[in-house]
Design a protein around this ligand. Structure first.
Ligand SMILES: Cc1cc2nc3c(=O)[nH]c(=O)nc-3n(C[C@H](O)[C@H](O)[C@H](O)COP(=O)(O)OP(=O)(O)OC[C@H]3O[C@@H](n4cnc5c(N)ncnc54)[C@H](O)[C@@H]3O)c2cc1C
Length: 455
């Protein structure tokens, strides 16, 4: 066992997805000494399937299969699942969080100023997105363009590499915040898989991690576990904190495909327009898929005839708010079955999609198998962490999708960025809003700006 860092660190952040990256960035900007421990790589994004497979489709690591043969995907790489995400920015559940003593209104406003989050311009809408939107509006659905974490001036309309990580830096993802943290003095160790937290007198003082064949220990004043909805409960369990990892959500989804001869589909951004049925817990959007992924989904449901149809197939994604259930057994194994109510929601969404596609001129309509991509609620606020995201142990915090206290059914990234900012303020002892100028790093930047101006 080796010791990689002494007690001089202010914080160790485990995991660099949206939750962890935000805390690390905010603490580094304020001049704190931060170490990020990340299980995955930090290779530059190429936007290829060959690079994406080892990050997101390794069974028993990033692709976890439930007893019902349902796949749950997460990315093990710097930036976490945000590297693969569709960059759709849904507003946080402010009222739900208020019930637990958490008000993120201020933080949401701050995040909105710092990351792109606007609907796509007409030029970036894909033909499939436009046809979905037109058909839905024509049928009377409340279909709206969705806010996107996308730098639209860098985005290419005829591209489909979002889901493989964007090689053009047009898609904001948590690596943007990790890089800012590193530029401001934070350190990151990649391929460092954290196993457990080290305690001294019921206080968290460090973590134990494995890199290659070697085991290390690192120590800091604050430990923030941000290993995602699956990773965090596993680390806490290994550390002797039991009762976490039960009754979680993962937002199951299906695709409904329809062949529309006069639509040039396939390429272009996904999730550009959407319909939300909050009462039913259903959201549906256009969803251009890379060809290889569509082929895999076709084969899964034995649609061999459709495997080579691509360029005029319009996919609609249905995502539902599932009931809390199941258990994270370990890093490789999760247990969860879809309830009758979950299946009924998927069926109801599929019926809406069929109606929209048929109205748009689709001839053959069929649906995919079920997949899930938003695991959360495994270390709930109010149960395992308090309103400051602190566990019952001093100096030990959790900040990622695992803390979301209730099933919610919408993409969570905006919420996690807001929670990350709020936790950083708590750790820095800041009340309310901090302007960029007020942080230590902000002051340094302001000084060098003034010097540049004077020169
Ligand atoms: C295909 C796809 C599309 C999505 N689309 C959207 C979208 O459009 N909008 C949206 O808001 N959300 C979307 N999401 C969901 C969103 O990406 C996730 O909810 C979000 O990334 C979760 O952030 P997190 O901080 O909880 O953890 P994660 O992103 O899961 O990050 C956890 C990090 O911890 C690391 N880690 C895990 N275990 C350990 C360990 N033991 N030691 C060290 N490091 C560890 C992982 O490698 C990872 O980097 C999508 C997800 C997927 C998969």
């Amino acid at each position: 066992m080796r010791t990689s860092s002494g007690k001089e660190l202010d914080a160790i952040v485990v995991g660099s997805g949206p939750g962890g990256a935000t805390v690390a960035r905010e603490l580094a900007l304020a001049g704190r000494k931060v170490l990020i421990l990340e299980w995955g790589d930090n290779d530059p994004v190429k936007g290829t399937l060959t690079q994406t497979i080892p990050r997101a489709f390794v069974p028993g690591k990033s692709m976890l299969i439930t007893g019902q043969a349902l796949g749950m995907v997460r990315a093990i790489t710097t930036g976490g699942s945000s590297l693969l995400f569709c960059a759709t920015a849904f507003d946080p559940p402010v009222d739900m969080l208020k019930k637990y003593g958490i008000d993120v209104t201020q933080e949401v406003a701050e995040v909105r100023k710092e990351v792109p989050n606007a609907p796509l311009t007409d030029e970036l809408m894909s033909p499939a997105g436009v046809r979905f939107e037109e058909s839905a509006l024509d049928l009377g659905y409340d279909c709206r363009r969705l806010n996107k974490f996308i730098y639209q001036n860098k985005c290419k309309p005829d591209c489909q590499l979002c889901l493989y990580g964007c090689p053009y830096d047009a898609k904001w993802n948590a690596r943007n915040f990790v890089n800012e943290a590193l530029e401001n003095g934070a350190k990151m160790i990649n391929f460092a898989k954290v196993d457990k937290v080290i305690f001294e007198n019921r206080k968290a003082v460090g973590v134990e991690y494995k890199q290659g064949q070697d085991y290390y220990r690192a120590f800091a004043s604050k430990i923030i576990i941000a290993a995602g909805g699956i990773g965090s409960p596993v680390i806490l369990n290994n550390s002797g904190i039991h009762g976490v990892g039960y009754d979680f959500f993962f937002d199951p989804l299906i695709y409904v495909f329809g062949k529309i001869r006069d639509v040039k589909s396939g390429r272009g951004l996904c999730m550009s327009a959407g319909i939300h049925f909050p009462e039913d817990g259903i959201v549906m959007t256009d969803f251009n898929l890379p060809q290889m992924l569509k082929m895999v989904f076709d084969v899964e449901v034995f649609r061999f005839k459709q495997v080579f149809s691509y360029s005029n197939v319009v996919p609609i994604m249905i995502k539902v708010r599932d009931c809390l259930s199941g258990r994270i057994i370990n890093d490789k194994l999760i247990w969860k079955t879809l309830s009758k109510a979950d299946k009924q929601k998927l069926d109801k969404g599929a019926e809406h999609a069929k109606r929209i596609l048929t109205h748009a001129g689709a001839a053959e309509v069929y649906r995919s198998w079920v997949l899930a991509a938003h695991p959360g609620g495994t270390v709930k606020i109010g149960e395992h962490v308090d309103a400051d995201l602190k566990t019952k142990f001093d100096n030990l915090y959790v900040c990622d999708c695992s803390v979301v206290p209730e099933e919610w059914g919408l993409p969570p990234t905006m919420t996690l960025l807001s929670l990350g900012k709020r936790l950083a303020k708590h750790l820095l002892g800041v009340k309310g809003n901090v302007t960029e100028k007020e942080t230590f790093a902000g002051k340094v930047r302001e000084l060098s700006r003034q010097e540049e101006k004077a020169a």
